[in-house]
Design a protein around this ligand. Structure first.
Ligand code: NAP
Length: 377
């Protein structure tokens, strides 16, 4: 028997029927729980800065059509499949959009609501059971993607030992978790110096915050936008900035003055495929330094092969993060070491209903460092 509270027969969702058509608000049957899944009432779902380009086809992300788009979200469990052992109805959870095939968790990977991945098995996963995502009142998610959150600690008032966050503040988790995956994979240690580039976008600026929370001794934020770099540098006196000028030599000289540099974290968008920072950052690393690649670039213009090899550098690609990394990350947030509130420069730049999706996408495109936009179905 499934464990559940009241589930309405129908609910409202956003449907994508074609990348040439706007999203449509529709009323459809509410999903039902089955073995291995939970039904979650979506309280706040995240919006990417490039959401518009995903759903209008510009980014050419593959996904099944029609489907309910979405992204990671915060929700409350309303129904559980019969094999749920620990999750409970009513529990506050983080819905991780990285859904993995249970019989092939390394190759069958989709980002729910965003992309069907790049293998035949990932495609199969998104075209069947896990087609629909979180831009909906209710969503069905795998049990293992429902990450329990300590509601009393996170949402409780400060005078009762809580951190005093609002539900929508928890949406910063989706931004911060991405760089946490890459920085953890290359083992960033307290006291080390790390370059984050570009550091002025939503995930780049999140990486700066994560590196600080992990105890980096110096965080070098690289970017083209001087104003945005200036705004970042006031966050903490461990932050230094280096401008991406298009001149590899001046960038390298500026970086080396701040060395020795242990780690370089790259989160370039596709538009930065020609940027000079990759070469200047790689050539500025100390002997034995580590590189984390998490960007969306298909191919870089040139790579300093000999310099990489002579200094015994290591490079690791990371798509999203593991479940274990999410659990560790949630502990970091619940400890208060990685704050999500306005006092720490984090804010919710906009909250939008399902039918306001176009405004949400527009607002998300221009978010500043530390800002998120959420859809509250
Ligand atoms: N590996 C993963 O799991 C994962 C997860 C999520 C996202 N991503 C990737 O991460 C990328 C970054 O995401 P985002 O949301 O932070 O940012 P974004 O909105 O995709 O890109 C904005 C950032 O890129 C910089 N930029 C744009 N064009 C540039 C150029 N020609 N040269 C140098 N810098 C340039 C911007 O700098 P200015 O301020 O100077 O404009 C800003 O810092 C995404 O495009 C996505 O593909 C990867």
């Amino acid at each position: 028997m499934a464990d559940h509270t009241f589930l309405p027969e129908t609910h409202r969702v956003l449907q994508l029927t074609s990348t040439r058509e706007p999203l449509q608000l529709q009323v459809v049957p509410t999903p039902q729980p089955g073995p291995g899944s939970a039904i979650v009432k979506v309280l706040a779902a995240s919006v990417l800065s490039y959401s518009e380009d995903i759903y209008n086809g510009k980014r050419q992300y593959p996904f099944p059509i029609p489907f309910v788009p979405g992204a990671s979200a915060i929700g409350r469990i309303v129904a559980l499949g019969p094999d749920a052992t620990t999750l409970t109805v009513g529990q506050l959870v983080y819905l991780d959009c990285t859904i993995r095939g249970r019989d092939n968790p390394t190759e069958a990977v989709i980002l729910s609501g965003i992309i069907e991945g790049f293998t035949e098995s990932s495609r199969k996963l998104m075209h069947s059971e896990w087609r629909n995502s979180t831009y909906a009142e209710y969503t069905k998610f795998p049990l293992e993607n429902c990450i329990p959150l300590n509601e009393r600690r996170l949402l409780g008032s400060v005078d009762t030992g809580g951190l005093g966050y609002r539900v929508e503040d928890l949406m910063h988790i989706s931004r911060l978790l991405v760089p946490y995956g890459g920085l953890d994979d290359v083992g960033l240690k307290p006291g080390e110096t790390v370059i984050i580039a570009p550091a002025t976008g939503p995930f780049g600026s999140a990486a700066v915050r994560v590196a600080l929370a992990l105890g980096a001794g110096r965080v070098i934020a690289m970017g083209r936008n001087k104003t945005a770099l200036g705004q970042l540098s006031v966050l903490d006196n461990r932050i230094s900035t280096v401008e991406i000028t298009g001149n590899e030599q001046t960038e390298t000289e500026a970086l080396r003055k701040l060395g020795p540099i242990d780690v370089f974290f790259d989160i370039s968008p596709p538009m930065a495929a020609e940027s000079t920072h990759l070469k200047s950052a790689v050539t500025s690393l100390r002997h034995g330094g580590r590189i984390s690649l998490m960007g969306g670039v298909s191919e870089y213009r040139s790579f300093p092969y000999a310099s990489f090899m002579h200094r015994n550098l290591t490079m690791k690609g990371t798509w999203m993060f593991s479940r274990q990394q999410i659990l560790s990350f949630v502990k970091l947030v619940e400890s208060g070491l990685l704050p999500l509130d306005e006092k720490s420069g984090m804010s919710v730049a906009g909250k939008f209903r399902l039918d306001e999706w176009a405004e949400a996408f527009k607002k998300a495109r221009v978010v500043q460092s530390g800002e998120v936009v959420v859809i509250e179905p």
